[in-house]
Design a protein around this ligand. Structure first.
Ligand SMILES: [Zn+2]
Ligand SMILES: [Zn+2]
Length: 338
């Protein structure tokens, strides 16, 4: 079969890769499509990522082979399958830290979503695979995983109806947060640098969009937010720690800064500010099977029109072009098909 193989040094090549064989309880999918995630790009640009490897985890596929004992799906079903599943029984799992479960990262789709065929291990097939009903497009279904990660964040940051939420970063995740918060009846302010993505977010009409390169724009927002009460939550989806001083200034007393982004930076935040203003700093990593189930339910119900975020479609052979587009901030979601 063909897969888009990461060869190291930022290089992606469509080439032959062994088609996976399945065992008991497992499912083989023929890929219909896979979303390109910011975390895939982070791995592509990270010199320590081991290669060769097939990335991609926002998978929609058609069931083509069933392992012994699989009864909850049938050949020909369209499904979404998540890459990581927790054990469901350990100390972490029982306390709601499912994505910290030691089994979580060890579980994975084989070889990854950017391949013509994907093996879904038994635990993933049992706990993190969903049959897609006919009225939901492949592209919409591919958003179950990223939406689940955002759901985990808005729950952790306690976004409530009537809140004012500021989302920093205008990639597909920033827009997804905006759509999700708007669906929860929060007032949404998206902030990011001027350019293609800001224009696109404005066209999508997700919330108020502020240009951080226009000091008038951000100063006015700052005045409004801090002169009034301030935002209840600031969710930072990119840009490292640069946004933190601005975020803290824009936050109401008792508010929450949520990090949905990694990086090597150290947080520049005075303890005095955290303490006297009773701020909360939260972060989430990935999502749990319950988050995935809720995201799936929202997408099936049409509560969030996620597929509007797909701006580019590429084949496995064109994945490198999709990566370049996102790195140049000229795409929201890139959807990859065989
Ligand atoms: Zn993802
Ligand atoms: Zn566990």
């Amino acid at each position: 079969m063909i897969a888009a193989v990461f060869r190291g040094g930022g290089k992606l090549v469509a080439e032959e890769w062994p088609r996976p064989a399945i065992g008991e309880g497992e499912v083989l999918l023929r890929l219909l499509g896979c979303g390109l995630c910011g975390s895939d790009i982070a791995k592509i640009v990270d010199p320590t990522t081991s290669a060769p490897v097939v990335l991609g985890h926002e998978v929609v596929g058609e069931v083509v082979t069933l392992g012994a004992g699989v009864t909850d799906c049938a050949i020909g079903d369209r499904v979404v399958a998540a890459h990581h599943v927790p054990c469901g029984e350990c100390h972490y799992c029982r306390r709601g830290s499912e994505s910290m479960c030691r089994a979580f990262k060890a579980s994975n789709l084989d070889p990854g979503g950017f391949a013509e065929y994907v093996r879904v291990p038994a635990a993933n097939a049992r706990h993190a695979m969903f049959r897609v009903p006919g009225h939901v497009s492949d592209e919409a279904a591919s958003f179950v995983e990223p939406l689940a990660c955002c759901l985990r964040s808005v729950r952790r940051a306690r976004v409530e109806p009537g809140d004012t939420i500021v989302v920093v970063g205008l990639g597909s995740i920033g827009c997804l947060f905006g759509m999700l918060a708007a669906a929860r009846k929060a007032r949404v302010i998206l902030v990011g640098k001027s350019g293609w993505r800001l224009e696109r977010a404005r066209k999508l009409g997700i919330g108020e969009c502020l240009d951080t390169t226009q000091s008038d724009d951000t100063a006015a927002a700052q005045r409004e937010l801090s002169g009034g009460r301030g935002a209840d939550q600031v969710i930072i989806t990119g840009g490292g720690t640069d946004a933190l001083p601005w975020a803290v200034e824009s936050l109401r007393d008792g508010g929450t800064v949520h990090y949905f982004a990694g990086g090597a930076d150290t947080l520049p935040l005075r303890l005095e500010t955290l303490y006297h203003r009773e701020l909360t700093l939260t972060a989430t990593y990935s999502s749990s099977p319950a988050d995935l189930a809720e995201a799936f339910r929202l997408i099936v119900a049409g509560a969030i029109a996620v597929d509007r975020l797909v701006t580019h479609r590429v084949s496995l052979g064109g994945l490198h072009r999709g990566v370049d587009l996102v790195r140049r901030r000229e795409a929201l979601k890139v959807y990859v098909t065989p």
